[in-house]
Design a binder for this molecule. Structure first.
Ligand code: ITT
Length: 192
């Protein structure tokens, strides 16, 4: 049985990932590890930010850990909000304000293509590994649904009329960016 720290303060991510790993390995959250810090995300890429979060926690604990950084990349906005997804409308990290800003910027724009991209950084016995997951789709005209978090109420995965916020967590995980990246992580851990 693998035991591993997940370097995040985002409860939604913890729930999604815990439901994905099942009994394959045990995830220790930062709270369970007794760590209460706001992990820095100062870089311009998801990969660098994911590494920063994982190395911060590895340095503190000397234990194997992984982190992830996710961005919503909108084609007509040149990939924005991207790496700035959490703080798109300001430092308060408000989901509603972020959604309002996206919908405002896309007003009158017909190209609504977007994708969620997750990069997981795994620090395993001092070695660094990356796993990526992408989910393509579109930005809806208005918000729909109450499930999930963040931009879920305005993201329609490809071939779905529903937004992520109208799908169950199991369905979102099956087709979603985080689910795909985690599947690669689990497959790696099970081979090593
Ligand atoms: P940690 O850094 O502690 O892991 P965070 O919330 O800061 O948590 P990110 O830096 O990855 O996470 O922030 C990306 C933002 O993108 C997040 O706050 C959400 O607004 C949004 N986001 C990430 N994953 C998402 C998902 O699956 N569905 C909808 N929005 C998501």
């Amino acid at each position: 049985m693998h035991t591993i720290i997940f370097a995040t303060n985002n409860e939604h991510k913890i729930k999604e990932i815990q439901s994905l790993v099942g009994s394959d390995f045990t995830i220790i959250t930062l709270e369970q590890a007794g760590i209460d810090i706001d992990i820095p995300e100062p870089h311009d890429t998801l990969q660098e930010n994911a590494y920063e979060k994982a190395i911060t926690i590895e340095n503190m604990t000397q234990q194997n850990c992984f982190s992830e950084d996710t961005g919503l990349e909108i084609e007509a906005l040149n990939g924005e909000p991207g790496v700035k997804s959490a703080r798109y409308a300001g430092e308060t990290r408000n989901f509603q304000a972020n959604i309002d800003k996206v919908l405002e910027k896309l007003e009158g724009i017909t190209n609504r293509k977007a994708q969620f991209r997750t990069v997981i950084c795994l620090l395993w016995n001092k070695e660094v590994f990356y796993f990526e997951g992408i989910c393509k789709g579109h930005i809806a005209e208005t918000m729909h649904g109450k499930e999930g978090f963040g931009y879920d109420p305005i993201f329609q995965p490809a071939n779905y009329k529903a937004t992520f916020a109208e799908l169950s967590m199991a369905e979102k995980n099956r087709i979603g960016h985080r689910g795909q990246a985690v599947a690669k992580l689990i497959s790696y851990l099970n081979r090593h």
